[in-house]
Design a protein around this ligand. Structure first.
Ligand SMILES: NC(=O)c1ccc[n+]([C@@H]2O[C@H](COP(=O)([O-])OP(=O)(O)OC[C@H]3O[C@@H](n4cnc5c(N)ncnc54)[C@H](O)[C@@H]3O)[C@@H](O)[C@H]2O)c1
Length: 256
């Protein structure tokens, strides 16, 4: 899909990987829908981008919020949302059993609900609206990009909930691509290693340096725009479908 024809709804785009993707796509002529929580910096990211951006306060786990964001974007830009990029996510660190007892079920299911449920919610609602739209080259109608993590494969101590959520995102990528193939929609997932987003930038410099050294090559934290570059490639390269791509400098996480 040509970037200039893209209306991309990007979740979690008030910060980090989602923000970088919104900035990159908008700079290439795409329209971007900044979907993030009401209390996020979504409005200032949209203001920074200018007329090609719309902030829609959204909780990705809410059907009503996501439907409203899609509808508001259609009215604002006068076109269907044809790209969905799932960057919203939460991470918790808790062992299955610790001094305080068993891992609570509430935080486990919340992590699954935001990371996997939220991603699926966005895909299903955009895809249902797009299914009847006019198709482009090769019959293409839309592209979806999920964000997993290397934790889907090398989950560390304390990452049961996070790794389960990311593994589920990897697992649903192919079946959703198969479900949506008949409508001309593609689905890929990016599994990032360590990227310098507000989440990691808040760690002490020494910890950041240690993390950077653990990446075989290049031995540094990823720049969020490197994630955005891959997202752009997935949108424009129609042969990319049903696959999860690790973006990690060949990092394999140790147990802790
Ligand atoms: N930064 C990394 O090194 C790294 C590595 C692997 C995977 N990831 C994944 O990439 C994604 C983006 O991470 P990031 O580093 O940019 O994090 P980030 O914390 O900078 O951004 C995440 C955004 O998601 C939003 N969000 C959280 N819950 C939401 C909800 N219910 N509805 C809507 N928005 C919600 C937050 O408000 C925030 O703006 C996450 O899924 C994360 O798990 C990040």
């Amino acid at each position: 899909m040509e970037i200039s024809k893209v209306v991309a709804l990007i979740t979690g785009s008030a910060s980090g990987l989602g923000r970088a993707t919104a900035l990159r796509l908008a700079s290439k002529g795409a329209k971007v829908v900044i979907c993030d929580l009401p209390a996020s910096h979504g409005a200032s990211v949209a203001a920074e981008i200018g007329k090609n951006a719309l902030f829609c306060p959204t909780d990705v786990t809410s059907e009503a919020d996501v439907l409203k964001a899609i509808q508001d974007a259609e009215v604002h830009f006068g076109a269907h949302v044809n790209v969905g990029i799932n960057c919203a996510g939460i991470a918790i660190a808790r062992k299955t059993v610790s001094k305080v007892g068993a891992h609570d079920l509430g935080s486990f299911t919340k992590t699954l609900m935001v990371n996997v449920g939220g991603s699926f919610n966005v895909i299903r609602l955009i895809a249902a609206r797009l299914a009847e739209s006019e198709s482009g080259v090769d019959g293409e109608r839309g592209v979806f990009i999920n964000t997993a993590s290397v934790a889907a494969y090398d989950g560390q101590i304390g990452q049961a909930a996070y790794a389960a959520s990311k593994g589920a995102i990897v697992g649903m990528t192919l079946p959703i691509a198969r479900d949506l193939a008949q409508y001309g929609m593609r689905v890929c997932t990016i599994a990032p290693g360590l990227f310098k987003t507000p989440m990691l930038a808040s760690l002490p410099e020494q910890v950041q340096n240690e993390l950077a050294k653990s990446v075989p090559f290049p031995s540094r934290l990823g720049d969020p725009d490197e994630y955005a570059q891959l997202a752009e490639q997935i949108i424009t390269n129609r042969m990319l479908n049903g696959e999860t791509i690790r973006l990690d400098g060949s990092l394999r996480m140790p147990p802790k």
